[in-house]
Design a protein around this ligand. Sequence first.
Ligand code: GDD
Ligand code: MG
Length: 397
Amino acid sequence: MRLEVPREAERLGANLFYGVQKVYEIDSGLRGDAELGEVDVIQRISYETLHDLTKRMAIVVPVRGERIKLLEGVLSGIPHHCLVIIVSNSDREPIDRFTLELNAIEKLVRFTQKNVILVHQKDPKLAEALADCGYCELLDDEGRVKDGKAEGMLVATILAKLAGKEYIGFIDADNYFPGAVHEYVWEYAAGFATARSNFTMVRIHWHSKPKIIDSSLFFAKYGRASVVTNRFLNALVGHYTGFETEVIKTGNSGEHAMTMELALRLSYASGYAVETQQLVDLVEKFGSNTTDPGAEVLRQYVEIYQIESRNPHLHDTSKGDEHIDEMIEASLRVIYHSPVCPPLLREEIIEELRRRKILNKKNLPAPPQYYPPLLRLDFERFAQHLTEQAYSRLLAS
Ligand code: GDD
Ligand code: MG
C-alpha cells in the first residue's frame, strides 16, 4: 500500500490524533521491489508486511438480522489469514435466522478453510462466563448479554484476546462491496505497520457514500450523523489544546481497528455510542488532565490514525432517518456526560439536540450505559467456560 504520511497531528496529553491520510495505491508491490525514486511524504508498505499483520489480526463482524447474501460478501472480502469473529444477535424465532447464518457460514468455511468463530450474543455460556468473571455490566435482567452492537463488540474482543490476537478490527455485516471490506483490512494493517506505539487505533474515513439523488448517483462525502459528532469532538479537543481544529473526521467510524493493548484499556458505551466514546475516553484517560493512564501508555503515546479508503462505502440504507437522530443522540450524550466536557460545550450540545427536536425543552441528555475496560477480566477463567464450544480449538493461544 502507498499511503501519504499524516500531514497534521493534534497532540493532547499522550494522544496523537493524526489528520486523514490518503491512499495512493492499494497494492504497491512486494518487499524487494525497488525503493528508488520513492518520495518521502509517501510511505510504501509492502504486500508481505500487510499480509504478515493479517495473521495477527481478528476481524469482528457484528450481525443483527442482516441479509445473508451481504454477510457472505463481507466474509469473502476478509483476507484469508485473519481470524473472523462473528457475533450475531439475530432472532431465533419465529424464524431461526441464526441457524440460517450458521448454515451459510459453515458452507463458506468448507469452501475457503477460513478460521471463523460464530457465536450468538445470547449464548448462555457467554453470559455464564461473564457472570463468573464478575463482568456483570454486560448482562441484562434475564442474565443474558444485552442487545447492542457495542455489547457484541465487547464479547468479540474477549474472544480475540483468548485467541491470542494482537490486533482487532471491526467491519459491519451490511456492506454491499466485498472489495471495500478487503481494502479496510489492508488499511488497518497499514496503520499498524507505520505506528510506533503499542497503543494504536486506525479509523476508516470513507472516500464517499453513494446515494441516488434526482435519479443520478451522487457520492456524498460525509455521513449525516458524523458531521455533527465530528464538530463536537473537535470542539472538545480544541478546548484543551487551545487551537480550533478539524482534525477528527471519524467520530462515528464503525470500521475501525485497535491494538489489543489499547482495546483492553478503553471504557465502552452501549449501542451506537461506542465509536464516539472511544475518542472521548482517550481524551479522558490520556488527555492533559489524565489521572492514572499507566506509565507505559504515556511514554509511548496513543496514536490515532484516520485513513481515507478508496472504495465507496455502500451499506444497507433501509434503516430509516430516525436512525440518524438516534445515532446523533447516542454520540452527543457521551460527550455531554464526560467529566472532561466543558460547560459551554454541554450547553451547545443541549441546543443542538433541541434544535433537531431530539430533546425537548424539559429534558437533559440521559446518561449513557458504560462498560469498564476489559483489562481486569480473568481471561483464563473465562476460557474455562468455553471448552465445550465448537470454536474452542481456535481459542488456544
Ligand atoms: N452483534 C450485534 N448485536 N450486532 C448488531 C446489533 C446487536 O445488537 N445491532 C446492530 N448490529 C450490527 C448490524 O447488523 C451491522 O452489521 C452493524 O452492527 C452496524 O449496525 P447498523 O444498524 O447497520 O448501523 P448503521 O449502519 O446505522 O451505523 C454504522 O455506521 C455508523 C457510522 O456511520 C454503525 O457501525 C455505527 O456504529 C457507526 O457509528
Ligand atoms: Mg449499516
